[in-house]
Structure formats: C-alpha cells, structure tokens
Design a protein around this ligand. Structure first.
Ligand SMILES: CC(C)(COP(=O)(O)OP(=O)(O)OC[C@H]1O[C@@H](n2cnc3c(N)ncnc32)[C@H](O)[C@@H]1OP(=O)(O)O)[C@@H](O)C(=O)NCCC(=O)NCCS
Length: 150
C-alpha cells in the first residue's frame, strides 16, 4: 500500500470512489472537473495499480485548512487506509504552515479518533460555506463541524 500525492491520471478512479459513497448519502459528489482543478490538494492510497482511497486538505484562510473528500474503497475499510490518508494530508498541511484543520462530516466519531473536537459551525469563516450552495440538503444539513490544532 502506497500513500502518495495524487496525479492527474488518478482522477477518474478518485471520482468513482467518492461518487460511490456519495450515492449512498455518505459524502458530497465531486465532478472530475472539480478534482482536476484541485489535484494538488489530494493524497491517494494505491494498492498494486488500483486507487483504493483518497483525501484532500484544502487551504482555506490564513492558517486554516479543510479536510475533505475522504473515501476508502468499501471492501477495504477498517484496514488503516483512512488513517494513513489523514496523516498524509496533515503532514502536507504542516509543511505549508497550516495550523488548524476542520472538517464537516457525518462520521464525527471517526475524526474524534484523531483528536478533532466538535465546534459550532458558525465559528468557521463564511468562506467555508461555498460547498453548501449547491447541496441538496443545505437547509437541513446534518453534518458536524470538527477542528484539530496541528
Ligand atoms: C470513514 C472512512 C474514511 C474510514 O476509513 P477506514 O480506512 O475504514 O478507517 P481506518 O481503518 O483507517 O480507521 C482508523 C481508525 O478509525 C476507526 N474507525 C473507522 N471507521 C470509523 C467510524 N465510522 N466511526 C468511528 N471510528 C471509526 C477505526 O477503528 C480505527 O481506529 P484504531 O486505529 O483505533 O483501530 C471509510 O469508512 C469511508 O470511506 N467511509 C465512506 C465515506 C465517508 O464517510 N467519508 C468521511 C466523510 S468526509
């Protein structure tokens, strides 16, 4: 298993992985166009020649970053891939002086394992809500905000 920065050629597999979970209501859909534009924010997990996980750390504001689009192939969950991807992203964040990382998720317990603590969503900068504009459940959002000090 190799954890490495994503490359352009990984995008179709990443889109498939993310949208598989999105169709089951676990995360937001991402288009290939969205992923190509942000490829430098992503880390992937490669097994043999397959992409089996991905995660992004997106710089947001001053020292703040957002962890997003974390997805692991269904039949490989529970084997440490999610953890390795988060660690890759956090290390990349430290290298560019990101000091705080937040995420919006329905899997709060998973992120609490890594030291993320819940916070009120309105404590996050306004800019964070750009993703919400096109979300079908924006008026009835059940995602929890969590923050980690690096
Ligand atoms: C959530 C997800 C990314 C976890 O990835 P994973 O590779 O299965 O997780 P790992 O095996 O690295 O688990 C790391 C730790 O978290 C724990 N964990 C895993 N899933 C968990 C969950 N849903 N809730 C609480 N803890 C969880 C594991 O037990 C493990 O703990 P340990 O190290 O003390 O043994 C994966 O299940 C997934 O792709 N889910 C669908 C998409 C999704 O919900 N993404 C997150 C929303 S942004």
């Amino acid at each position: 298993m190799e954890i490495r920065p994503a490359r352009m050629g990984d995008i179709p597999a990443m889109a498939e992985l993310i949208n598989y979970h999105a169709e089951r209501g676990r995360m937001l859909h991402r288009s290939r166009a969205y992923l190509y534009e942000r490829v430098r924010n992503f880390w992937v997990c490669q097994m043999d020649s397959w992409i089996v996980g991905c995660c992004a750390l997106e710089p947001v504001w001053t020292d703040l970053g957002e962890l997003k689009s974390l997805a692991v192939q269904e039949d490989l969950r529970g084997q440490g891939i999610g953890r390795a991807l988060i660690e890759g992203c956090l290390e990349a964040g430290r290298r560019i002086d990101i000091k705080r990382v937040f995420c919006l998720t329905r899997e709060a317990a998973f992120f609490e394992n890594f030291g993320f603590a819940r916070l009120e969503r309105n404590k996050l900068p306004h800019k964070v809500w750009s993703d919400c504009v096109n979300c079908p459940v924006k008026d009835n959002c059940d995602e929890i905000a969590l923050l980690l000090d690096l």
